[in-house]
Design a protein around this ligand. Structure first.
Ligand code: PLP
Length: 360
């Protein structure tokens, strides 16, 4: 067996300890004589798995009692529709467009009401986070929507927008559990887990209880109402059972690592190694405004497309996978989520230094 350093943006690297535990339990989970994959979601054993996962997530994020935790399907992209369907009570919402995912959410919301683009960074290829300290928040907006960490472009909000009293809804797919958060600042926090938590197929929605109502547009499918899932403890229908089990293991792993404050420290240390190198390199450079740099996704370029392609090819041959940038931006991107060990980043920088010497 040989493992590579996997810098994929998602699905992405998972903690090796978690994968080993899952492998050990594959044929017989906790003396049930079956795999979690084969288990009824109505069984006592499964109920314990999902309850423990929720309790551990609540502890990690310090989620107040008046917030529900929902384990849903449909990816982060399905939330682009569920959010306006469930929350646009007055038919209007404000969107801050800082990348492709925020833009998709903004476009989807237009199907359900008036979506206002109140700020954008598209003018400079989404390479920064706009000033959000005094935005023209719409009087009738039911919420203000952000994508907190922009996976493709590598930017992250360092301050949340002043929503002037409006509800804040945040897509945290690619920064989920990477640092402590104050849940009370949000109406909804959600994310697909395949970036920083678990296998694709699960999306976690943390939503303030008073926002979960039956007041949704006529014709809203049962499965797309938050209330359906909240009332049933995420077991209205068969949930993505195996995925939730792996998420639960990652929550336990995060607790063993010291929780989100310790994770933040580790992530800052890792990202600094790479950013410091990019800042001093004569060949490579980061593509994002320094103040808005993400700890999770680090895009960089040489400035020469052919050299970029050469780098991607040679890095792969050397055991660094998925460093190719997103197809819409080109260049390279290293996603260095929680489970990427610091040794992986150190090895990457050493490889980049060598490549620089050989190609300057
Ligand atoms: C990957 C990603 C999405 C889309 O996730 P799917 O689960 O594929 O729908 C949305 N938002 C962000 C920030 C992402 O990184």
């Amino acid at each position: 067996m040989s493992r590579v350093y996997n810098f994929s943006a998602g699905p992405a690297v998972l903690p090796e300890e978690v994968l080993k535990e899952a492998a050990a339990e594959m044929l017989d989970y906790n003396k049930t004589g079956m795999s979690v994959m084969e288990m009824s979601h109505r069984s006592k054993a499964y109920q314990e798995i999902i309850d423990t996962a929720e309790a551990d997530l609540r502890e990690l994020m310090n989620i107040p009692d008046n917030y529900k935790v929902l384990f849903l399907q449909g990816g982060a992209s399905q939330q682009f529709a569920m959010i306006p369907m469930n929350l646009m009570k007055h038919g209007e919402a404000d969107y801050i467009v800082t990348g492709q995912w925020a833009k998709k959410a903004y476009q989807e919301a237009q199907k359900y009401g008036k979506a206002n683009k109140i700020a954008s960074s598209e003018d400079k290829t989404f390479s920064y986070i706009p000033d959000v300290s005094n935005l023209p928040i719409s009087e009738n907006a039911d919420y203000v929507y952000i994508c907190e960490n922009n996976t493709i472009y590598g930017t992250k909000y360092k301050e949340l927008p002043d929503t002037k009293g409006k509800l804040l809804v945040s897509d945290v797919s690619s920064c989920f559990l990477s640092e402590p958060v104050d849940v009370t600042k949000y109406g909804v926090i959600y994310g697909g887990v395949q970036k920083n938590i678990g296998p694709a197929g699960v999306v976690i929605v943390i939503i303030r209880e008073d926002l979960i109502t039956d007041d949704v547009p006529e014709g809203t499918p049962t499965m797309l109402k938050y209330k359906t899932h909240a009332d049933a403890g995420s077991l209205y229908n068969t949930p993505p059972a195996y995925g939730i089990y792996i998420c639960g293991k990652v929550f336990k792993w995060l607790k063993r690592k010291g929780g989100l404050a310790a994770m933040k420290e580790y992530n800052e240390k890792k990202a600094k190694i790479l950013y410091d190198f990019l800042d001093e390199s004569r060949l490579f450079k980061g593509t994002v405004e320094k103040k808005d740099r993400s700890l999770m996704n680090v895009p960089f370029v040489t400035g020469d497309k052919e050299l970029d392609a050469k780098f991607v090819k040679e890095s792969q041959a050397a055991g660094f996978e998925n460093l190719k940038g997103h197809r819409t931006v080109g260049g390279m991107r290293a996603s260095i989520y929680n489970a990427m060990p610091i040794e992986g980043v150190e090895a990457l920088v050493a490889f980049m230094k060598k490549f620089e010497e050989e190609n300057l």
